[in-house]
Write a protein of this length. Sequence first.
Length: 247
Amino acid sequence: MDRGFLLDENVKNALRKGLRVVGDVHGDLQAFRHAIATDRFIIQLGDLVDYGPDSAGVLRAMMQVMQEGRGLFLIGNHDRKLGRALMGRKLRPDPPLEATLSQLYRPENQDVLHTILPYLEAAPAWIVLGRKVFVHGAFDVRMLMEPPPPALGRVTFLLSRALFGETTNRVQKDGYPERCLNWVNHIPTGYTVYCGHDQRSTNGCPLTIPGRTGGEAIFTDTGAGKGGHLAWLDLPPDFMEEFSIAL
């Protein structure tokens, strides 16, 4: 994590009240309003937009949280596509993205259209706080040693892992790459990785998968904006004790 975040006293004070980790939102503004109604510091794991009914409203709410110093969001693959589109980059046809752009170009959402790009550009691809790692797609051990690259820039190996997870060489029936979870087995002992992107849960609750080397991954995507609901996890204030030791 960049040192500016660690040295921000306002952020540290907010973290001392605890931490709320919010999974993929995908335009579900009503649920997101409930998720951000907390005095805990908020880390949203990416994919604020697409699929749901009000991506513009979700972006507006997230920007307000950040302006108040109460939280931040990681870059997700859908957020990156939106950012690249707003930069004028040519992208493949993508109906969910086109629906989000259509929302942003409505007169009532011009405030979001004209202010969101710097937030997308500044969103980190991963955050490491003590022995807790926060990333949208998947983890690689090099994330513990390297700062995240620019969110909307060239896709490096680590940025690809953070955005899209780990994939095989096979393509699924829906046309998307097949994902795998080998990366979970490389999480070091004592580390917990909080991620979204993969909707692995079968009961609507965040799913914990232990790795063979002693770490674990917690999957928080429970289908918000896609017929499911929004999930979040609250870490207690004593989370800061581990974080302080790591500093």
